[in-house]
Structures are given as structure tokens and as C-alpha cells.
Ligand binder design. Structure first.
Ligand SMILES: C[C@H](CCC(=O)NCCS(=O)(=O)O)[C@H]1CC[C@H]2[C@@H]3[C@H](O)C[C@@H]4C[C@H](O)CC[C@]4(C)[C@H]3C[C@H](O)[C@]12C
Length: 317
């Protein structure tokens, strides 16, 4: 499973990150797409990015297939599994802006500066069920898109594309987003405050300690539990100042919804776990990541690279 989170600092700079919960690698690494690149697409000719992008992905036939990515204007997108619900167009539609599913994160981050622009553009978009090459399937995803102000969730289903405002700024997996926004209402009673003593009959009950208001906070690895955890932590994390503290906030919030081996087995018996966490700070145009086995955070600052170049830049394998 995966979890995505967005928030902004006091100056309105985006912080956006995700956990990648799965059981196998695709050989992904951090890839920068500079503005001078010319990316072949299935239906749109070649894409010349308006904005340079950085993110985690694989490169297939010269195309960065991002799991998540962000751009220099402060817009970011992450793809999370949505099996059983995701349904894309079987073929391109005449008159529409046809985007292959694997191209979608790059297309968004390369083309737009804000969520408002994306929301508007999506009215003409059809996402087509097309894999980057033979040997790859079509990933069954939905997407979280965020900027310094807000976020949206994009879900393509049998009845078409749905674009939801995400007032909680988090996303996990199936079922569809509206279900999670209903489910989270079951946890309104969860609170951070240290409960005051209460009188019951002739007795006075006192909390054992901090966290007493969080009893009932869901601890599971299932998407609904992770959604509630991420939404609660994102809503209640105290405001921080500066890059280091906000990046710590991002990764600690993601850690609150992360998966350790030994918990959730996939249908084939393999354990699903948080293979890596990554995130972007628009304040410093820096992309951060850490892996399950190497939790020390690594980072790459977009400004250290020639963003006018023509070649994709692979930062790490
Ligand atoms: C498996 C990943 C999502 C993790 C997740 O949400 N797991 C949930 C588990 S569960 O079902 O809910 O149990 C997704 C996120 C991005 C996906 C990748 C990206 O879309 C890029 C390419 C796209 C190609 O079509 C398939 C390979 C691929 C390399 C994808 C493989 C896989 O589907 C990824 C890595």
C-alpha cells in the first residue's frame, strides 16, 4: 500500500511526500527531467516540459515513468495503487487530450504550476490504459496532486474520471476517496489533549499518561487505517519553521503510516513493506528519499543541475 501526504509551511511552500509500500523493486531511482528534454508520448507527440521535474521512477524508451514527481513551480503528484476500481480508457478518444497512464505524473508536473491549472485541464483529459512497453502492465493507480495551497485526488473508474478536492491532504489506497472521507468521521473523537480526570460514581478516573485521547486510533496496515492515521497526524502536527523541521515533519508523518515487514502479507505470501519514502520541498526545490534498509535520508537539489539540459539526469539507481 502506499500513503501520500501534503502540507505547506507558513510561507505557503509545498511539502509533499509518499511511502511506497510494495514487495519488489522495478529498478527505480531518482530522475530529473530538464526543460530541454523532448519526451516521446503515445498520443501527444513529443513533450517539451514547461517545468523541470524531479521524482522517483524508471526510464523506459527515454520516458520517465514516475511513481511520484514534483516540479520547480511547486506542484507535485504521486500515484498510489487503486486495484479493483481503476479503469482507464481502452483507446484514445477523438478530440480529447489523451495521456497514457504511465505518462500522467510527468505530464502533470511538466505542464502545470498549480492544482487549479490541473483541475481545469483535466476536463479535456482521457487517461488511456497503455503500458510503457511490452513486459509492463498498466498500473492500476489513482493520484494525489498538491501545491502550496491545496490538493486533489484523481480517480478514473468505469463511470469516468472523478476529481475530488482533498481537504485532508492525504491519500492511501482502495476503496475510492469519498469512502475514506466518510470513514474518517468515525474517528472525530480522537484527540491530542491529555484528558482531565473524570468523576464516575464515587471514583475519579485519571489518564495513564499522554496518548489517552488517542485510544481507538487505528493501527492497522490496511488502507482505511493508514488514511485515518496520516490524516490525523497531518492535521495535528504542530506548525514548524524552516526546511529541516518541515522535512522531518513530512517523513515522520509518513512514518506514522509506514509498513514494517512481518505485518501485511500479499496474496502470494510475500510481506508488503515501506520500501522507500520520498518527498519534495518546494521551499528549496529539494527531493528527499530514504529506503527501508537505509533510513538515512538522501537528497538532491534541483538547482544543482542544469535544468535547461536536454538529457534526463539519473541521480541514483
Ligand atoms: C506498486 C506501486 C504502488 C504501491 C501501492 O500503492 N501498493 C498498494 C498495495 S495494494 O494493492 O493496495 O495491496 C505502483 C506505484 C507506481 C507504479 C509504477 C509506475 O506507474 C510506473 C510504471 C508503469 C507501468 O505501467 C508498470 C510499471 C511501473 C513501474 C509501475 C509499477 C507499480 O504499479 C507502481 C510502482
Amino acid at each position: 500500500m502506499c500513503t501520500g501526504v501534503r502540507f505547506a509551511d507558513a510561507a505557503g511552500n509545498l511539502y509533499f511526500g509518499r511511502n511506497l509500500d510494495w514487495c519488489e523493486s522495478y529498478g527505480e531511482g531518482v530522475v530529473i527531467t530538464p526543460r530541454g528534454a523532448s519526451i516521446p508520448t503515445q498520443f501527444l507527440g513529443s513533450l517539451s516540459p514547461e517545468h523541470a521535474c524531479v521524482g522517483m521512477g524508471i526510464v523506459v524508451g527515454g520516458v520517465p515513468c514516475y511513481f511520484d514527481c514534483a516540479n520547480e513551480a511547486g506542484l507535485a503528484i504521486a500515484g498510489l495503487n487503486f486495484p479493483g476500481y481503476a479503469q482507464f480508457a481502452e483507446a484514445p478518444e477523438k478530440g480529447a487530450v489523451n495521456v497514457a497512464a504511465y505518462e500522467f505524473p510527468l505530464w502533470v508536473a511538466a505542464s502545470f504550476s498549480t492544482v487549479a491549472e490541473v483541475r481545469k485541464a483535466l476536463k479535456d483529459v482521457v487517461i488511456v490504459a497503455k503500458a510503457p512497453s511490452e513486459g509492463y502492465g498498466v498500473a492500476q493507480l489513482h493520484w494525489l496532486v498538491g501545491d502550496g495551497k491545496e490538493s486533489i485526488v484523481i480517480e478514473c473508474q468505469a463511470d469516468g474520471m472523478h476529481v475530488y478536492d482533498d481537504g485532508l491532504d492525504v491519500l492511501t489506497n482502495q476503496p475510492p476517496f469519498p469512502w475514506h472521507t466518510e470513514n474518517v468521521r468515525n474517528y472525530m473523537h480522537i484527540e491530542t489533549a491529555h484528558p482531565e480526570p473524570v468523576a464516575w460514581t464515587r471514583d475519579t478516573l485519571r489518564a495513564f499518561g499522554s496518548g489517552a485521547g488517542m485510544i481507538g486510533f487505528p493501527g492497522g496496515y490496511d488502507p482505511a487505517s493508514r488514511f485515518v492515521r496520516a490524516a490525523f497526524l497531518n492535521a495535528h502536527y504542530p506548525a514548524e519553521e524552516g526546511e529541516a523541521a518541515n522535512v522531518t515533519r513530512l517523513f515522520r508523518t509518513l512514518e506514522g503510516a509506514s509498513m514494517c515487514k512481518g505485518g501485511a502479507q500479499m496474496a502470494d505470501g510475500r510481506f508488503e513493506y515501506t520500501m522507500f519514502s520520498d518527498g519534495y520541498s518546494a521551499a528549496t526545490k529539494t527531493y528527499y528519499w530514504c529506503t527501508y534498509d537505509e533510513p538515512a535520508r538522501q537528497s538532491v537539489c534541483m538547482d544543482d543541475y542544469d535544468l535547461n539540459g536536454t538529457e534526463l539526469i539519473r541521480v541514483a539507481a
